[in-house]
Ligand binder design. Structure first.
Ligand code: ADP
Ligand code: MN
Ligand code: MN
Ligand code: MN
Length: 333
């Protein structure tokens, strides 16, 4: 019996890259070959030289099709097998290898907003729901919208072996979060992209689209972020390296902010549990800081920190690379 491999890649859309995928039918037992696509349709190549290469890098059981079918995450290469300009994973692989001795771990909180009929799921036509207050971790038909999709997505992630660690309803009606990790930088990033793909795909079956727009509704409504929790071996053993990491991140603030997702300035306003994008700060338990050291970490005297700045639409290959580089370079002095 043949099986189906869904080849998934990240395109060249600007300012935020999007997911694409197509299906390859393979003979029973066949390995996953490299494949190609029309880069002129994905902002990755001119029409005159349109071929781009798909290099499989991670394969998981396909929880939607079941059976022997698989989802195959790919890197995009040029036809000479060098990384394509849109391929941000290749640089992360180099960084992860260089700093592997520090054993960096990441836990990413992916927030997103369900949309239907051009407005957030559950919102009344042409108006606003009750102000924020009861939606975060809410329960009940008047507070929560889209839980059936969330449950199906979580089951799909577990069934395909992704390291999903939790979900919750968020502060704005129709907004949700899932967490992936803790895992190494490449693994967590691959899994965030695969979990995003599964979310969009399962949304199709329910007639809802998930968006990573960092500020889907202007005004007094929370934006959507991707808090990035981070530790090294040193940070998991004692407290001083956590402070050192928070200080190092402050020195590189502008570079990080520039790569934390399009529209970061619209989300990091200083309101709605954010720090203003123009200023760096860190603090224990402080959800109004750029970087938060969880209360329990302070009590334990070891653990991790939370970088609250990345947008929901950030590229985890870029964010985990920058954090790894900034903190590990500082440790090595
Ligand atoms: P919040 O209280 O900010 O909502 P969450 O519970 O949503 O936090 O997410 C915390 C994330 O931190 C989880 O993905 C978890 O796996 C991750 N995490 C826990 N310990 C570590 C660690 N030592 N290093 C990196 N990430 C960690
Ligand atoms: Mn969270
Ligand atoms: Mn959250
Ligand atoms: Mn958080």
């Amino acid at each position: 019996m043949s099986y189906r491999a869904e080849y998934i890649w990240i395109d060249g859309s600007e300012p935020t890259q999007l997911l694409r995928s197509k299906t390859k039918v393979l003979p029973d037992g066949a390995d996953l070959p490299i494949w190609g696509f029309d880069g002129s349709s994905t902002n990755q190549a001119p029409g005159s030289e349109s071929d781009c290469v798909l290099q499989p890098v991670r394969s998981i059981p396909d929880p939607i099709r079941g059976g022997d079918n698989v989802l195959v995450l790919c890197e995009v290469l040029n036809t000479d097998m060098t990384p394509h300009a849109s391929n941000t994973r290749a640089a992360l692989v180099e960084t992860a290898e260089r700093y592997a001795s520090h054993e960096p771990w990441f836990g990413i909180e992916q927030e997103y907003t369900f949309f239907k009929d051009g407005r957030p799921l559950g919102w009344p036509q042409g108006g606003f729901p009750a102000p924020q207050g009861g939606y975060y971790c809410g329960i009940g038909d008047d507070e929560v919208f889209g839980r059936d999709v969330v449950e199906e997505h979580t089951t799909a992630c577990i069934d395909s072996g992704l390291e999903i660690s939790g979900t919750n309803a968020e502060v704005m009606m129709g907004q949700w979060e899932f967490q992936i990790g803790p895992l190494g930088p490449i693994e967590v990033s691959d899994e965030v992209w695969l979990a995003r793909w599964l979310l969009y795909r399962i949304g199709e079956d329910h007639g809802v689209s998930a968006t990573l727009n960092p500020k889907p509704i202007k005004g007094d409504w929370n934006g959507a972020g991707a808090h990035t929790n981070f530790s090294t071996k040193e940070m998991r053993e004692s407290y001083d390296p956590i402070i050192a990491a928070a200080e190092a991140l402050g020195k590189a603030h502008d570079d990080h902010i520039a790569h934390y997702g399009a529209g970061v300035d619209q989300r990091l306003t200083g309101l709605h549990e954010t720090a203003p994008w123009t200023e760096y700060s860190y603090g224990v338990s402080d959800r109004g800081a750029s970087v938060r050291i969880p209360w329990q970490v302070k009590v334990d005297g070891k653990g991790y920190l939370e970088d609250r700045r990345p947008n929901a639409n950030m590229d985890p290959y870029v964010v985990t690379r920058l954090i790894t580089e900034t903190v590990c370079k500082d440790v090595e002095g």
